[in-house]
Structure formats: structure tokens, C-alpha cells
Design a protein around this ligand. Structure first.
Ligand code: NAD
Ligand code: TYD
Length: 361
């Protein structure tokens, strides 16, 4: 399979690229702008391998996307490029609107023209796979779970921009017959996760003996999935998913944020001795504005229809993740020193300061 994959220098995109290039012998062209969140070092294992190519480009650049599709001639597009951090979307949503909405529009338009010009056999085999999040469904109370039929109810600038992109993708299917697949996944964790997100931030702050910020009272719940299990689900969907369908992907591993942070503290204490138990570093801080209370996914459809099942439990996955961060300082140390050292993001005061500088259009 020839796959044009956007966002391949990011956390999930690099895991999918490694799976495709190293295990599936696929030919992959990674298209990535290399924003603060993209890092070619995350693709180190693929560099120089037959079937791997990298192009630094912005998905919003429609002529460039058209040219790349015409030159590379993909069997499928896997679209992962996005601005992905809720807290940054609160401070300033402009990049989220631009990349997640306009960028998806450009990818759809490029794919539509490319698909229309294909020979019949290639035309019927082509797939446009849009990778999205469960956050488009909003926030759950104490019971229930999101599924493919849940109504959209996004509540953060990030999830609203992803919801908009999902709607565009489905509209391009209904209106133009573009053969699309949509997946909505729960929170991922694992190697090469940029240390602005909860799990890597807590691991690295805990190693440094810094405060471990827990928003609100730590009772918010996320459903955690190991990133390599998500990568296998995505490859399963692009290979065997039914055109026009949505698949929800989740980890069946709901945990309260405080529990996640405590687990990381205990596992680190077992591995690297500290003067005091790391749980003492836990600090409750001001809550995130509009903080969604609970996410949970019913992933029965992809399990039943496509035979996908996660391999890692939260316990094995979090241990593997901690061991990876302990062994791979070469990857995260430069990021903590030069790109993001762990300061609080997403408070309203910062959003108000940004307001003055926002230009629309
Ligand atoms: P990430 O922030 O780690 O990586 C995003 C990548 O996209 C980076 O390499 C970045 O350079 C690239 N990018 C950003 N803007 C671009 C642009 N305009 N043009 C080209 N490239 C650009 O994100 P991630 O966590 O790997 O998420 C990947 C996808 O999966 C996103 O679409 C996200 O919404 C979705 N998703 C993420 C999670 C999660 O838990 N991280 C869960 C479900 C779905
Ligand atoms: P995050 O990793 O940002 O993912 P998302 O917001 O997409 O779910 O956050 C996961 C949860 O952890 C979320 O409920 C917010 C919370 N959180 C903290 O308590 N402290 C932190 O420093 C961060 C970054 C997140």
C-alpha cells in the first residue's frame, strides 16, 4: 500500500508510520509542517528505510497538497495532522481553526481532484481516512459511553475544530462520493508523546522533583489507550474499514486523573529512588476552563466488525511508557530545554492577553 500520511512527525502519526514502514512494508510519504509538536527525530527508526519519505509542508497549502498527491499517487490518505492540545486551544484558537478546519478542507479538495482522475480500479480502492477524537462528543456524566451514534457536542476550541473537520469529511463523502473513513479515539499515551500532555508532563516533572499539577480536584476521567494499539486500529480501518463508516476506538481503561498521577508516582518510586515519595509533589491547581468531566468509549463495533482488540492494559502500557521515558532522554531533554519546559497553559488570563492580537480572515 502507498500511504500519504499527514502529521507523521507527531505522537500518533509517528507510531502509525513506524508500524506501516517497519512491520507492514508499506510505502509511506509523511507530510508534516513540523510545528512545535512535530519532530523528525520521532521517525528516526524509519529514516533510510525503503518505502519511507518525508516532505515538510503545510496541509493548508492546497496547490502543494495537489502536487504531492499527483506525484506520490497514494492508495490511501491517512490524515492526522492537527493542532492537538486543548490547553493551547484555550489560550489561542487561531491555529486550530486554520489547521484543523481549513487544513482538512484543503486535504479533502486535493483528494477529491486526485480521486476523480484515477482509473476505475484505483478509484474504487482509494480511501481517505480522517483521524479524530472522542472529544467531539462532549462530556459524560457518571455512566454511559460514547459510540458511533452519539450526537456531537464539542465544548473546547480544540474539540469544536475537530468536530467541524469530521463534518466536512462526511459532507465530502455524501456530496462528492469521496470514499472516506472516520475514526474517533480516546486519550492516547506512550512513547514520543510531547510533554505538554498529562502523562509525559507528570513523568518528567516527577523525575525532576517538580510540582505535579492536577487540575481541579483530579476527579475528571479519561479512557486511556496505548498509542501502538491505536496505530494498529488505524491500519486495520484503512485496510478493511467500510467506506463511509465511523469507528470509535478506545482503551476500556477509565481512570480518574488523580489515580493516573498517583500510579506514575508509585511506578517511578520503584524504579528511581527519590528523597521523598513522589506523591508528595502532587499539587491541585486552578481547573481548566470548560473542563470535560468524563470520556468513555464503547469500541464494540471495531472489535466485532474488524476484529481489532487492544493488546496493552493500562497497567502494562503505563509501565512501558515510564520505562521508555527513562531510557530515551535523548528525545525529551531537548524538548523540555528548548520547546516547552512545563509551564501552565490554557488559563483565561492568558487567553485575554492573546485576544488583542487575533486577526480574522
Ligand atoms: P501531535 O500534536 O503530537 O502531532 C500533530 C502533528 O501534526 C505534528 O507533527 C505537527 O507538526 C503536524 N501539523 C500540525 N499542523 C500542521 C499543518 N498545518 N500542516 C502539516 N502538519 C501539521 O498530535 P497527536 O496527538 O499525534 O494527534 C494526531 C491526530 O490524532 C490529531 O488529528 C488528533 O486530533 C487525533 N487524536 C489524538 C488523540 C490523543 O490522545 N493525542 C486522541 C484521539 C485523536
Ligand atoms: P490532556 O493530556 O491535556 O488531554 P485532554 O485534555 O485532551 O483529555 O489532559 C488529560 C487530563 O488531565 C485532562 O482532564 C486535563 C488533566 N490535566 C491535569 O490535571 N494537569 C495537567 O498538567 C494537564 C496537562 C492535564
Amino acid at each position: 500500500m502507498r500511504i500519504l500520511l499527514t502529521g507523521g512527525a507527531g505522537f500518533i502519526g509517528s507510531a502509525v508510520t513506524r508500524l506501516l514502514v517497519l512491520e507492514k512494508a508499506a510505502t509511506v510519504l509523511v507530510v508534516d509542517k513540523l510545528t512545535y509538536a512535530g519532530d523528525r527525530r520521532s521517525l528516526r527508526d524509519c529514516e533510510g528505510k525503503p518505502g519511507f519519505a518525508f516532505e515538510q509542508a503545510d496541509i493548508c497549502d492546497l496547490p502543494r497538497m495537489r502536487a504531492l498527491m499527483a506525484e506520490f499517487r497514494p492508495d490511501a490518505v491517512m490524515h492526522l495532522a492537527a493542532e492537538s492540545h486543548v490547553d493551547r486551544s484555550i489560550t489561542g484558537a487561531a491555529d486550530f481553526i486554520q489547521t484543523n478546519i481549513n487544513g482538512t478542507f484543503a486535504m479533502l479538495e486535493a483528494a477529491r481532484a486526485y480521486h476523480a482522475a484515477l482509473e476505475p480500479a484505483a478509484r474504487s480502492a482509494f480511501r481517505f481516512h480522517h483521524i479524530s477524537t472522542d472529544e467531539v462528543f462532549g462530556s459524560l456524566g457518571p455512566t454511559g459511553a460514547f459510540s458511533e451514534t452519539t450526537a456531537y457536542d464539542p465544548r473546547s476550541p480544540y474539540s469544536a475544530s475537530k468536530a467541524a473537520s469530521d463534518h466536512l469529511v462526511r459532507a465530502w463523502h455524501e456530496t462528492y462520493g469521496l470514499p472516506v473513513l472516520v475514526t474517533n479515539c480516546s486519550n492516547n499515551y506512550g512513547p514520543y508523546h510531547f510533554p505538554e500532555k498529562l502523562i509525559p508532563l507528570i513523568i518528567l516533572n516527577a523525575l525532576d522533583g517538580k510540582p505535579l499539577p492536577v487540575y481541579g480536584d483530579g476527579s475528571n476521567i479519561r479512557d486511556w489507550l496505548y498509542v501502538e494499539d491505536h496505530a494498529r486500529a488505524l491500519v486495520t480501518v484503512v485496510e478493511r474499514g467500510k467506506v463511509g463508516e465511523t469507528y470509535c476506538i478506545g482503551g476500556r481503561s477509565e481512570r480518574r486523573n488523580l489515580e493516573v498521577v498517583q500510579t506514575i508516582c508509585d511506578l517511578l518510586d520503584q524504579r528511581v529512588q527519590a528523597a521523598r515519595p513522589r506523591r508528595e509533589l502532587i499539587t491541585f491547581v486552578a481547573d481548566r476552563p470548560g473542563h470535560d468531566q468524563r470520556y468513555a468509549i464503547d469500541c464494540g463495533k471495531i472489535e466485532r466488525e474488524l476484529g481489532w482488540k487492544q493488546r496493552e492494559s493500562f497497567e502494562t502500557g503505563i509501565a512501558a511508557t515510564i520505562d521508555w521515558y527513562l531510557a530515551n532522554g535523548w528525545w525529551w531533554q531537548p524538548l523540555r530545554e528548548k520547546k516547552y519546559s512545563g509551564e501552565r497553559l490554557g488559563l483565561l488570563a492568558a487567553a485575554e492577553r492573546q485576544e488583542a492580537s487575533v486577526k480574522v480572515g
